[in-house]
Design a protein around this ligand. Structure first.
Ligand SMILES: Cc1cc2nc3c(=O)[nH]c(=O)nc-3n(C[C@H](O)[C@H](O)[C@H](O)COP(=O)(O)OP(=O)(O)OC[C@H]3O[C@@H](n4cnc5c(N)ncnc54)[C@H](O)[C@@H]3O)c2cc1C
Length: 295
């Protein structure tokens, strides 16, 4: 099937979409968003430097209709989700967001009810737009680079006036293999550095519950959950987090959850593989010392 990837030039995200594209075609085409060389081998490559989603919709829709693409793949990222919805309206195309599984015969899966259920859809009308949830598919190894041509623009509707770069401190939560998250049980912003110390020992990242973010102890960009980031680390430490369903929705794909909570009835223990019922102030320092000793 004729497949088009629309994505920022970022090897991991592109690699994941290339893996998904192989379920539909041998070699996809790509519209790469942003500047720089396009890693990987694509049949045809187009490039747009404008990163404002609403400016791209008309050009993308014209290209899709002209070339007859059947499957359109984007990451379920801010840009991907920002493009997928208006693009599907412009094309009168179906959209399935946050796809986590591809089955034979055009069947796709996405989570529902904060990850408590999985819905299965059969794609019957083409083109179909799919946004793919990060880290559910192994990123393909992208070899070499593909030459691209600029995708013509029908004029900017929205002008980007300023862009404030979010200071990326350490590894992004979505990419981290180990996350140490703190909740309201941490007791104050001054107690978050100990979580950072633990995370650093694993080369990991620090996340937070909405409880901690609402208290102003952690940044909104650190929030994990339904209205925060969806993460999929190998190990997720939930420290002083009760385990509300909205928080659990963000860690549905975490492989191993380790909960530290002084309330043995806390809901987080139902999701945890390992649980410690104790005050985190007694446990986390011991964990740090032990890890340092182990080297
Ligand atoms: C529409 C909507 C969307 C939401 N989206 C999100 C979301 O994206 N992410 C999110 O996290 N929440 C979200 N929430 C909020 C969610 O319902 C919870 O209120 C929130 O997750 C609670 O945060 P918490 O677990 O840190 O705090 P609490 O529920 O107050 O739990 C604190 C925990 O810390 C434990 N504790 C206290 N002291 C210690 C100690 N010294 N040592 C160890 N443990 C201790 C307590 O036993 C308790 O279990 C959303 C809610 C709504 C309505």
């Amino acid at each position: 099937m004729k497949t088009l990837i629309i994505e920022m030039i970022e090897p991991k995200r592109l690699g994941e979409l290339v893996t998904v594209s192989r379920e539909f075609c041998e070699k996809p085409d790509i519209v790469a968003v942003g500047s720089g060389q396009i890693p990987g081998s694509f049949a045809k490559a187009y490039q747009v430097e404008d990163t404002v989603a609403s400016n791209l919709i008309s050009d993308l829709a014209s290209l899709i209709l002209k070339e007859g693409y059947e499957i359109i793949l984007l990451s379920a990222s801010t840009l991907g989700s920002g493009i997928a919805a208006p693009l599907s309206i412009k094309l009168s195309a179906p959209v399935v967001s946050e796809v986590i599984g591809i089955k034979p015969e055009l069947v796709v899966e996405r989570p529902l009810y904060g990850g408590k259920a999985v819905a299965t859809y059969k794609l019957k009308k083409m083109p179909a737009v799919l946004t793919i949830r990060r880290k559910y598919f192994e990123a393909a190894d992208l070899q070499g680079f593909t030459e691209s041509k600029l995708l013509g623009s029908d004029g900017k509707k929205v002008e980007l006036i300023t862009e404030r770069e979010e200071k990326a401190e350490g590894i992004p939560l979505e990419d981290a293999e180990v996350i140490v998250s703190g909740g309201r049980g941490i007791g104050g912003a001054e107690n978050f550095p100990i979580l950072q110390t633990l995370a650093d020992l694993f080369n990991g990242a620090v996340g937070a519950s909405r409880g901690a973010v609402d208290e102003g102890w952690a940044k909104p960009t650190q929030q994990v959950g339904q209205t925060g980031k969806i993460v999929a680390p190998g190990v997720y430490f939930a420290v002083g987090i009760s385990g509300a369903s909205q928080h659990l929705a963000g860690i549905a794909n975490a492989k191993c959850v380790v909960a530290i909570n002084k309330d043995e009835e806390a809901n987080i223990f139902k999701r945890a593989r390992f649980g410690v019922v104790s005050d985190y102030k007694k446990i986390v320092p011991v964990l740090i010392e032990t890890l340092k000793e182990e080297g």
